[in-house]
Design a protein around this ligand. Structure first.
Ligand SMILES: N[C@@H](CCC(=O)N[C@@H](CS)C(=O)NCC(=O)O)C(=O)O
Length: 257
């Protein structure tokens, strides 16, 4: 890829996005220099569309564009020389990729729907989280368009009391799958070492665990509604919950270099 080293990469994000945190963690870990460009919801589309994508995270690196968190992790792994987040061994790599896909497609969306259902009415918490480090004009605009953003999120994610309850159950059963995998005492999900599977699980579970070290913009656990806090405490007290909290403590600040 030409021109990769000429400018730092640009990571387009939303401050509170857990998929953005997944990408940010990978870039931090593999010491790939980047500048983060956070945007408020809706206006993120101006930045992503311009680069051939729609959702965040989106990575611009030299002439290349990576429009999905998994593509960003794989790119960072390649640039770093390989065998870092994804094992070189084919069958281990397949195992890592299968888990990553499962967490991307199930855990991420279900955790997000449940969290939004708890927080959409908490306008001041939303405003604080969604405006962290965004351009001043977007921060100024957020209070005006927040009601529209909330309406769009509610509709796009089909948030109803029933779907919210279902999503919490799905998060619980994904946690149970991880509990079962860790039952033999292993420290990481695959290959006895930290891989994209662990990173993805911890980053996408973070919204329901409030881990210390989480770098997405997020309210303090003490400030969220009590019913939400109680569920978070219950999920923290599972093998999978403790695992994700430990990954944040032990691995979030670790980088090669
Ligand atoms: N498969 C995508 C999912 C990313 C995703 O769902 N991003 C959300 C924020 S957490 C988003 O950008 N939603 C608004 C949109 O799609 O425009 C990835 O792994 O990057």
């Amino acid at each position: 890829m030409n021109n990769d080293g000429a400018h730092p990469a640009v990571l387009i994000t939303m401050p509170h996005s857990h998929y953005s945190e997944k990408a940010r963690w990978a870039l931090d870990r593999l010491s790939l220099p980047y500048q983060e460009q956070p945007h408020i919801p809706l206006l993120h589309r101006l930045a992503t569309k311009r680069n051939g994508g729609s959702s965040v995270p989106l990575l611009v690196h030299g002439r290349a564009r990576f429009i999905d968190s998994t593509d960003i992790l794989m790119h960072a792994d390649r640039v770093g020389g390989g065998d870092l987040l994804y094992p070189r061994d084919t069958s281990l790599r397949q195992e890592v990729e299968a888990l990553e896909t499962r967490f991307d497609e199930e855990l991420g969306p279900h955790a997000r729907r449940w969290v939004y259902a708890q927080l959409l009415a908490e306008r001041s918490l939303l405003r604080q989280a969604m405006s962290r480090d965004v351009p001043p004009l977007e921060a100024a605009l957020l209070p005006v368009i927040l009601p529209t953003i909330v309406r769009i999120i509610r509709k796009a994610l089909r948030i109803t009391p029933e779907s919210t309850a279902r999503s919490l159950e799905r998060v619980g059963s994904l946690f149970k799958e991880v509990d079962d995998r860790l039952e033999d005492g292993r420290q990481f999900l695959v290959d006895g070492r930290f891989t994209a599977a662990d990173l993805t699980f911890a980053a996408l579970a973070a919204p329901v665990l409030f881990p210390t070290g989480y770098r997405a913009a997020y309210p303090a656990l003490d400030d969220v509604p009590v019913a939400m806090r109680n569920e978070v405490l219950r999920l923290r007290d599972t093998t999978a919950g403790r695992f994700a909290l430990r990954l944040y403590l032990q691995e979030r600040n670790r980088s090669r270099s």
